[in-house]
Design a protein around this ligand. Structure first.
Ligand code: GAR
Length: 200
């Protein structure tokens, strides 16, 4: 059974969707540890309630690579195969990325490369796009960059606020993150430049 390490900073709904899919037998994996950089992250409490191992490693005031070395040490200790960023609001250092080549995934609430960074849903509204969505991608040391594994599209409606759009996108996030994890764990893909090509 492949072992996931979940990193989160906030609410934890993507973490919950992954945990639910594992519990329902829709994803063959186990969650080895849930790590948060924020002690107050609701996602951490949710993980604890599920009886999962949790770890809080506050990142405030710690130099990026020093922090990442701590995180990587904890992931290694638990023999994590795949690192899933689930609302983990930090850039990873080149060190972290090198330690887990093609083994770190992120989910972002826009159709990348449009609207990286914070408040992606508000950015989409402000720009006036008619469709937005979400992206699961491999993580490199740049913000919301790295080869795209899968995306889902949702319409932007005239009456949308950032909240209503975010809710529509989140539903798709919960679906495609598990699909992307399953694909990567299966190893049935190859990389051609930036393109992630599925293999039978
Ligand atoms: C999600 O919408 C995720 O796509 C986004 O943070 C939210 C976390 O929600 N991530 C980013 O913006 C990464 N740049 P959650 O804690 O309920 O999973």
């Amino acid at each position: 059974m492949k072992r996931l390490g979940i990193l989160l900073s906030g609410r934890g709904s993507n973490f919950e969707a992954i945990a639910d899919n594992i519990a329902a037998g829709r994803l063959q994996a186990s969650i080895a540890v849930v790590i948060s950089n924020r002690p107050q992250a609701p996602g951490l409490a949710l993980a604890r309630e599920r009886g999962l191992e949790t770890l809080c490693l506050p990142s405030k005031g710690i130099e990026r690579e020093v922090y990442d070395r701590m995180v990587v040490a904890e992931l290694r200790r638990r023999e994590v195969d795949l690192v899933c960023l689930a609302g983990f609001m930090r850039l990873l250092s080149a060190y972290f990325v090198r330690e887990y080549p093609l083994r770190i995934l992120n989910i972002h609430p826009s159709l990348l490369p449009s609207f990286p960074g914070l408040d992606a849903q508000q950015q989409a509204l402000d720009h006036g796009v008619k469709f937005s969505g979400c992206t699961v991608h491999f993580v490199d040391e740049h913000l919301d960059a790295g080869p795209i594994i899968t995306q889902a599209v949702v319409p932007v409606l005239d009456g949308d606020t950032a909240e209503t759009l975010a809710a529509r996108i989140l539903k798709e996030e919960h679906r495609i993150y598990t699909e992307a994890i399953a694909l990567v764990l299966s190893g049935r893909f190859r990389l051609e430049g930036r393109r992630v090509i599925r293999e039978p």
